[in-house]
Structures are given as structure tokens and as C-alpha cells.
Design a protein around this ligand. Structure first.
Ligand code: F6R
Ligand code: MG
Ligand code: MG
Length: 385
């Protein structure tokens, strides 16, 4: 029987700034889901990273179920009440609409969900990131499913040798495309390097996969809060679900994609490039410069609708080296202050508060004799050189 894994997350308030969730709020979300999910969910797990609360739900209602989405929405609403009572910062921040209207998409919370045909043993990892955006998943998902230097299974395991299919969304134009790897690897890379525009939404096995043909094996939340709200309202801190083992990347091949702290955009005021640091849940506090951006990995096994686990996968000294490198990169980048490329380029500052600052200066600008395309500078200007 088909089973659905729905992971829905939101920032509904934190302390003291956008640093870390408040345990009583997490408890309230948990209580609400527990008491209201009896005929809906076969299991669930509540976790968190930084200022985001995360709900992982197991059910058989398929993706986009209004009942399941409403449960998560109402749980976040209920948690928001507790957050407001104690005056948490940004209470209810990601609940952008007043009332639930059938589907949580476009309402603020991030969603990653997939309907699967569970295997005899169904291991998967939920990845949660804070202080970054959906495109931050492009690099590691590509590494896991298409880079044999990360995932030797692509070379060694006959089930993986045929490659995978990537569904990529253009989140600016609202279009999507499916591309197979390894055949069209360079086309995939041509797009996903532009991570603020092209994001990997899903990965599928090919019909020729002997153990698991035509299955959705990875999904990423792609909700862009700024595109919904029209202004910066916190980054879109994404989450993803990756199925592992037996013809898919091994647990360690999946985690290996995070062993190099690659640069992502987000961090302070959603306006800076910084390294993605893999951490255990106990270290998922956004302290230094509201970060650095972090990723937590929770490993589960699913059987007959029930979850076992999770294992806190990055809570392991084997990732100390990655963390140390991340902190070294932080020290290096921070010395640049408000300068690019530490600060994001203009095109990505559009939804932050920076345009308001520049707008105030508009009236004070004077024209300069500047060469337009194809025209030469006036003699007088050139004489100044
Ligand atoms: C980044 C983030 C924080 C805030 C920053 C300023 O995603 O949430 O870095 O942008 O703490 O927050 P405000 O403007 O709420 O004081
Ligand atoms: Mg926040
Ligand atoms: Mg957050």
C-alpha cells in the first residue's frame, strides 16, 4: 500500500532573536498533533533546527492532503498562542495568511512530501536547514544522486548505475523540467548552479531500476516566503526527505554530501553567503552572526506506518572537521563586513530592507556623463583621466 511522508515546518517564534525555538512552544505543537491526529496519521515526529519547528507525518492520504496540511497549520497556530503569551520574538512569523484555505502551499510554512511504495525496510533521512534557502539543497542532492566521487554506488551498484531523474523547478518563472542523469548531467548543472532560481524539487528512480522502478526518492521544500509575501520575512529555511540504501545512496553517501561546508545564501538578515555547517540537534542554535547556516539530519526507518528512530546523524565527531572548516570560513568571510561577495549581490537583495535605504537617497543623485552602451565618453570626461 502507498504511504505518504509529509514534512511541514515553520518559524512561529524564537528567542532571544531568531536563534532557537522555545521548548514550551515545541511541546504545544507536539500536544496538538498528538491529540488531533488519531484517525489521520499513523505516526509523527516533532523536531527543530534554529528557530524552526518541524513536523514529520506518516499517513495514507497522499500529498497535498488538506486534512494533513490543516493539522500542521492548526498545530502551528496553537504553538503561536504560547509563543505570543511569553512574547517570543517573531511569534507566528511564517503563518502569513489569517485563515487556512485548503492547502498549506503559499501560506508560509515549508512543505516536503512524497507518496511512496514502502520497501521491506524503508530507511530515509530528513534534512532540515536553517538560515538559508531551498537552492541550498541543489549541491548536496546532486552530489548524492549524480556525482560518483561522492556516491561510489553510482559506479559499483548495478541498480544505481543507470542514474536518476531530476525534477528541477524554475521558481521565478513557475516552470519545471525533468532531466535524466548521467545523460544530461551538464544540463542539470547548467541550471542548478543558479541556486536562487533553479531548485531541485524531486529525484526519481528510472523505470529500469530493478528494485524500485519509477519511484520518488527525494523531495525538497521549495516555498519562497519572499515571493509569497512580497518582502523579506525570514529566509525560506528548507527541509528535504531522502530515501536511502538498496539501490539508492547509502546513508553514508547521502551524509557525505555535507562533509564539505559549501557556501549557501541566507545567514544574517537573509543577506549573506556563508558555509553550511552540519550539526547535531543539540548544536542547532543560530548564534554567530545569526548562524552560520546549519543542517541537521535525522535518520528514520518506516514499517507499517510506524517510525523507528531518529538517529541524529551529524552528532558525530566524524563531522568535526567539516564544522572546523565552516568556522574557519566564517572567520574569513566576516572580515568583509557588508561587502559582496560575503553580502549577496543586488539581484538577491531585492526583497530585503536594503532597497528602502537606497530609495531614500534617490532624490539626492545628480546625473553624470556616463558612457551609454556603444557611445564614447565626451572629450572633457576623458581629459580628466
Ligand atoms: C535570518 C534572520 C535573522 C534576522 C535578523 C534581523 O533569516 O531571521 O538574521 O533577519 O536577526 O531580524 P529583525 O529584522 O527581525 O530584527
Ligand atoms: Mg526566524
Ligand atoms: Mg529559521
Amino acid at each position: 500500500m502507498k504511504t505518504t511522508i509529509s514534512h511541514i515546518k515553520a518559524d512561529i517564534g524564537s528567542l532571544p532573536g531568531h536563534t532557537v525555538v522555545f521548548p514550551p512552544v515545541v511541546e504545544e505543537v507536539k500536544r496538538f498533533v498528538k491529540e488531533n491526529s488519531r484517525n489521520l496519521l499513523s505516526d509523527f515526529f516533532i523536531s527543530h533546527i534554529g528557530d524552526d519547528i518541524q513536523i514529520t507525518m506518516i499517513h495514507n492520504k497522499g500529498i497535498n492532503s488538506s486534512e494533513v496540511h490543516k493539522l500542521a497549520w492548526d498545530a502551528f497556530k496553537s504553538g503561536t498562542e504560547v509563543a505570543k503569551k511569553v512574547g517570543l520574538y517573531g511569534a507566528g512569523q511564517d503563518l502569513l495568511k489569517d485563515a487556512f484555505s485548503g492547502n498549506i502551499k503559499g501560506m508560509g510554512p515549508g512543505i516536503a512530501e512524497m507518496e511512496i511504495t514502502p520497501r521491506k525496510s524503508e530507511p530515509f533521512i530528513v534534512y532540515m536547514m536553517d538560515k538559508t534557502e531551498p537552492g541550498a539543497f541543489n549541491y548536496p542532492i546532486f552530489k548524492m544522486f549524480a556525482d560518483p566521487f561522492n556516491t561510489p554506488g553510482l559506479v559499483i551498484d548495478p541498480n544505481m548505475h543507470e542514474g536518476f531523474i531530476f525534477e528541477i523547478w524554475d521558481i521565478v518563472e513557475g516552470k519545471k523540467i525533468e532531466l535524466p542523469t548521467p545523460e544530461l548531467t551538464y544540463d542539470v548543472l547548467a541550471m542548478i548552479g543558479s541556486k536562487s532560481r533553479y531548485v531541485i524539487k524531486r529525484v526519481f528512480t528510472k523505470p529500469s531500476h530493478e528494485k524500485l522502478p519509477d519511484e520518488n526518492v527525494a523531495v525538497i521544500s521549495t516555498d519562497k516566503l519572499s515571493l509569497i509575501a512580497g518582502e523579506y520575512v525570514g529566509k525560506d529555511d528548507p527541509a528535504g526527505i531522502v530515501r536511502i540504501q538498496s539501490g539508492l545512496p547509502a546513508s553514508g553517501e547521502s551524509l557525505e554530501a555535507f562533509s564539505h561546508p559549501f557556501l549557501v545564501s541566507g545567514w544574517m538578515r537573509g543577506s549573506f553567503n556563508g558555509p553550511l555547517m552540519p550539526v547535531g540537534m543539540k548544536d542547532s542554535k543560530m548564534t554567530r552572526f545569526d548562524g552560520p547556516p546549519r543542517v541537521v539530519a535525522l535518520g528514520f526507518v518506516l514499517k507499517d506506518g510506524k517510525l523507528s528512530g531518529p538517529v541524529d546523524m551529524f552528532d558525530d565527531p566524524a563531522f568535526d572537521g567539516a564544522r572546523k572548516t565552516a568556522v574557519d570560513i566564517v572567520d574569513y568571510l566576516r572580515r568583509m563586513g557588508p561587502f559582496e561577495p560575503h553580502r549577496l549581490p543586488d539581484s538577491e537583495m531585492e526583497y530585503t530592507t536594503l532597497p528602502k535605504v537606497i530609495a531614500k537617497l534617490q532624490g539626492k543623485f545628480e546625473s553624470i556623463d556616463y558612457p551609454k552602451k556603444g557611445k564614447k565618453l565626451k572629450e572633457s570626461t576623458r581629459d580628466m583621466d
